[in-house]
Structure formats: structure tokens, C-alpha cells
Design a binder for this molecule. Sequence first.
Ligand SMILES: Cc1cc2nc3c(=O)[nH]c(=O)nc-3n(C[C@H](O)[C@H](O)[C@H](O)COP(=O)(O)OP(=O)(O)OC[C@H]3O[C@@H](n4cnc5c(N)ncnc54)[C@H](O)[C@@H]3O)c2cc1C
Length: 460
Amino acid sequence: MSLNMHLDGHLPSTHQLSPHWQYGEFPVLARQFTHYSSRDLWEADTARLPKALAKIRRAARGFAEQHIAPLASAADLAEHLPVGECLPDVQRLLIEAGKAGWLSYFMPAPLGSMPWQAVTQPPIWQCALVVEEFSRACGGLMLLLSAHHLGCMPLLLSGSPGAITRHLAPVYRSCLNGDPHLVAFAITEPGAGSDAEEGHGAEVYRPGVVATPAPGGYLLNGRKCFISGGDLAKSATVFAALQGEGMDSWTCFYVDADSPGYSIARTEMKMGMRASGAAELEFNNVFVPNGRLIGGLRKGWALNRATLNASRIPVAAMGVGLARAATELAVDFARRYKLGGKELIHYQDVQLHLATMVAETRAIRSLIWQEAKHAWKPRQLNASLCKFHATDRAQHVVEMALDLLADHGSLHEQRIEKIFRDVRLTRIFEGTNQINRLSLIEDWQEQLLPLDSHSPIVGV
Ligand SMILES: Cc1cc2nc3c(=O)[nH]c(=O)nc-3n(C[C@H](O)[C@H](O)[C@H](O)COP(=O)(O)OP(=O)(O)OC[C@H]3O[C@@H](n4cnc5c(N)ncnc54)[C@H](O)[C@@H]3O)c2cc1C
């Protein structure tokens, strides 16, 4: 672009009143305190990350642009496939993603694919960076790849060397060897989503998947629903209550999908993220040996909460990726589309609109990086706050893009309508955003009590 070019209402950077030009004239010392850059924002942000994470962010973007984005539309528009079937291109994507290490990066080599330089940073941060890049390319394919990490999380968070070496390491190895082994995470039941995730309703909920003791293990019976990737997963971390007991007996079982009695009843035809199947799993006397009990008997509730606290920050990052995609498309449209003889981008009200979209997207990313950077032990309040705030704001950004594109936005080829369908789901799964707001209050309640206290609340 010529330096003399400028948008209507703005001075070119060569103008004498432009800081860009004036800063160049400052004495050397003064130039140490002034900055004007036309550097790409993504590059500038990446350069500020710790080196290992910057490398991962670049690699994730490269993979997303090369392997995910080209499949996004076809995977979204594909017919609702019979259970267990997968588009050949999507199967190839899973193989490539596995070989490239995108399905095993929560552990360093030789167990997984996390680069050793990255082990000093919380893996949640790495995951948030990857998820943003993948979501930007396609919400559905991102969910297909990311739900696997959710499934693996209880194995990792159980802290059990046995669970990690006997179960997780072979999963990772298989993915790295080009034979993708997806793991699903199964908590939701036909009668309970929120009740299976949060304490409010769980206290009175009668669990739907029940484990009955049998010689050498347990027999699982019941159904789980809306399980992402459950149609393709080779194994699942399944949460079940013990026969005759309530949710406080919840226990995590690591179940092979080819166990007798395990079946996939159906997959849902859903509005968005259509490349990822939402499966209903059925357990009919599925025998799970004691060695596949994860995290201890009756410890499932805590393990589930720890898993959600770890995964809600990456879910927030899905919002950032989708908001960013919408903003990029809106900017692109505003640069190309002409109204009244000039491109939309020259109208100052369009510039105000775009500035808000950029600010919203960058603000939620800042929030997530700030929290993820300290997320060795993610706290419920912080994770829930990221999840509901980022995904709410992301949807707002996507709607702003739709406002700008107007009738064009309703066309599939413009991609915004798909992003709109995808982003809406981030406000539902991993607990609805209403439930995540209640989680924040639950975590905070000791500071809110006793209600008759006159001492002020500090620390918001
Ligand atoms: C695309 C997609 C992927 C998913 N993937 C998975 C997965 O991989 N694994 C898995 O286990 N689950 C998965 N789910 C399920 C998801 O986690 C649940 O849908 C979600 O937690 C909400 O539960 P629910 O739909 O049963 O809503 P419900 O719990 O039935 O809630 C219905 C309404 O009541 C409100 N509500 C509930 N309790 C309260 C309360 N105490 N106070 C006030 N309001 C309340 C909710 O906010 C909501 O508006 C997925 C869902 C979707 C849509």
C-alpha cells in the first residue's frame, strides 16, 4: 500500500500531523518512549508470547489454514452421516492432526507431543492458543479435535501414573502413529446437563448411568447424550453413580467403545459445529474392570469439576477464534463492498463498527491469556467467568459482522452464517452461560456470607 493512501477521515502516515512521521523526527532518547507501528496485530501478539508458545501459535495457524479451513464448508454442509461414518477428508484430517501432535499435546515426549520448551507454561494456555486458531478455521472441525482433549482430561487430572501410562500414553502414541484414537467425555444424561455439571441440581438428581459391582469390576447401564465425538471415539471417560447411591458416588470409568454392550444409539442433527457428532451412548451391562476406574471410587464429582475448570478456558478461546474469523470477514467485506461509489471501509460509522469488533475480540483474548497464563490450577470462578463472558461477547461480535454484511451475511458462501450457528453453541456446552454465572457465585459464596454482615466485600 502506498504511504500516501488513507481512509476517509484519517491522515496518511506521511502527513506532517501523523505521529508516524513525527515520531521519526524525535531525538533518539525520545524515540525510546514512542511507538507507531503498522505491524500485523496477530504477528505483534505472537511475538510477545513466550517463545515456545509463539512457535505453537504459528504452527497451529499454519495447520488450521492448510488442513482445516479447506474442509470447513464441505464438513458443515455434508449430509447427516450414519453413526460411525466420517467423510474421507475428515478422516484424513484426523490422521494428519494426530501425526502433527495436535491430539497429544498435554504431555511432553516421550508420552505426548508437547515440546519440552513449553513445559514451563500451563498446558491450558497452549490449548487456548491452538483452539483459537482451529476455531477461526472451522468451529465444527475444531470441536472434533478438541473434544478429544476433554475426554483425555480426567485421565491426566486423576494424577495417577497408572492412568497416564496405561491409558493416556497409548492413546497419544496411536494418534502420533497415524491411527487416531479419539477419547470422548461423557457426563450429560438425557435428564441432566446442568445437574450433571453443577452442584445446584445434582444434590437431588437421580443419576441415569449406574455402575453395579461385579466380580473384578463394574457393570454400567444407562445412557449419555450430546457426547461430542462420541460417534468416532475409540474410548470414553464415562461418569456413573454407584448402584443405589446419588451423585456424590459419581465415579469415572475409562471405557473402550468396543466393549460388549456399548453402543451409539444416534447422533444429533444440530444447528452448528456440524462436523463434530453429538452422540447418544448406550450402556447395556458394559463390564469395566477395576483397573479402569479413574481417580478413585466416588471421586468422580471432583474429577468432573476439575475437568470443566480446565476446559472452560479453551472453550472461551473458541469464542475468540470465531469472533476473530467474523471480524476478519467483516473487514474484508468492508474493503471490497462499494456503497455510494466508495468502499464501505471509508464510512466512519463502519469504522466505528469495526473498531468495536476488534476491541471486543482483543479484550476477550486478553482476558483469556491473563487467566490461562496462571492456569496451572484453574479456579472455578476464573474459568467460568472466561467461558461465559468470552462466548457472550463473541456472539455479539459475530452479530455485528452480520449487521455489516446485511443480506450478504445470510449467504453460506460468506461464512458468517456458519460462524453464527457455531458460536451459539459455545454458550450452551460445558454448562450453559447461565450455569457458568452461577458457578462464579458458588465459588465466591464464602465471601458473600454471612448475609447480615456489615463488612464490605473486597477484591472484585
Ligand atoms: C454441541 C454440544 C456438544 C456437547 N458436548 C458434550 C460432551 O462432549 N460431553 C458431555 O457430557 N456433554 C456435552 N454436551 C452437553 C452440554 O454440556 C449440556 O447441553 C449443557 O451442560 C447444558 O445442559 P442441558 O442442555 O441438559 O440443559 P439443562 O440442564 O436441561 O438446562 C435447561 C435450562 O435450565 C437452566 N438451568 C439449569 N439449572 C439451573 C439452575 N440451577 N438455575 C437456573 N437455571 C438453570 C439452564 O441454564 C438452561 O437454560 C454438549 C452439548 C452441545 C450442545
